[in-house]
Ligand binder design. Structure first.
Ligand code: ZN
Length: 94
């Protein structure tokens, strides 16, 4: 069966989309796009509203030390000393 120009166009669009997806996922692109904006926000933010201690996650489902973050820009203001028996991880907030 011969491909109509409409079908050819559709196939082409699909291929282009596929290549772009392979290159980068949407969430990666969004994260990248907003990373600079977030940086700018954090530079100008006065960090006036700081949250209570709450568990941080270094990966989904993996809790790290408790942190206090700015409720406006999300910057980690303070990090608790994390005692894992022999190993003490000391990570200071900025
Ligand atoms: Zn802030």
């Amino acid at each position: 069966m011969k491909e109509t120009s409409e079908q050819a166009k559709k196939r082409h669009d699909k291929e282009v989309k596929h290549v772009r997806k392979k290159h980068k996922s949407d969430i990666d692109e969004m994260t990248e796009r907003h990373a600079k904006e977030i940086d700018d926000l954090r530079v100008t933010c006065k960090h006036k509203k700081v949250s209570d201690w709450m568990p941080s996650m270094w990966a989904p489902g993996h809790y790290g030390p408790q942190v206090k973050t700015c409720e406006n820009c999300g910057l980690v203001i303070d990090t608790e000393k994390w005692d894992l028996g022999d190993i003490v991880i000391e990570s200071g907030g900025k």
